[in-house]
Design a protein around this ligand. Structure first.
Ligand SMILES: [Zn+2]
Length: 222
């Protein structure tokens, strides 16, 4: 495997961005990443997607000098929380076979499709991470903050654009809807079924169909 960066360049990189299809559990199976601050960013190509992932950062003031200190974990500045998608919802979580149209499940599939043997495989982040992993389980370095999983409202069945606007207007931000509003408050705006789904997502109780091959994963509410 070739090196992309020489060691001197690597020393100057303080942080690595997790994609939507990964979280810190996946990254911390790879020893090479232990020294880096990990960032969970939205990769937002539309306004609607802003804050589908974000970082909570302790710093003196919101400016570039402070951000640089935080990424390097200097003085007391640091990232104290990564908030992001359940990585199974990302578009490239598992490998996807372009020949038979199936996502890999089970063991890592990086070169050939386990179903049909085709080599036309869009490699998944999980599969690639497993291929180069140092171990089977994550080992978080002491500086690693918690990763809080969230399901953006657009993923939740029953929430269309009009309902989304109504919820955000009532509670002030999507973050308040996703993490803070009570089920009763949510039900007064969105009805009981949607309120139950938002709370189930908050508690990790929705069933997830894994994303692959450029298609987002999805959640289902039984
Ligand atoms: Zn196949």
């Amino acid at each position: 495997m070739g090196r992309v960066f020489d060691p001197r360049t690597l020393e100057r990189l303080p942080a690595v961005e997790l994609g939507l299809s990964a979280d810190t559990d996946m990254a911390d199976m790879i020893d090479e990443l232990a020294a880096f601050t990990l960032l969970s960013n939205s990769d937002a190509h539309s306004r609607r997607s802003i804050a589908r992932e974000y970082n909570v950062i302790e710093m003196e003031s919101p400016d570039f000098r402070e951000l640089s200190l935080a990424l390097r974990r200097l003085e007391w500045r640091r990232v104290v929380q990564n908030v992001g998608l359940d990585p199974r919802l990302g578009k490239y979580h598992r490998s996807f076979c372009l020949s038979c149209g199936r996502a890999a499940s089970g063991a890592a599939a990086v070169e050939v499709c386990p179903c049909c043997g085709s080599g036309r495989v869009v490699r998944g982040v999980w599969d690639r991470a497993r291929q180069i992993a140092s171990r089977d389980k994550p080992l978080h370095p002491p500086h690693r903050p918690p990763y809080v999983r969230q399901v953006p409202l657009a993923f939740i069945p029953g929430i269309g654009p009009a309902m989304l606007d109504r919820l955000i207007r009532r509670f002030g931000s999507e973050m308040n809807v996703v993490h803070r509003a009570s089920e009763r408050e949510l039900a007064s705006v969105a009805g009981e079924r949607v309120a139950r789904a938002i709370v189930a997502a908050r508690e990790g109780m929705l069933s997830v169909t894994t994303g692959a091959g450029g298609f987002y994963g999805s959640v289902d509410f039984p």
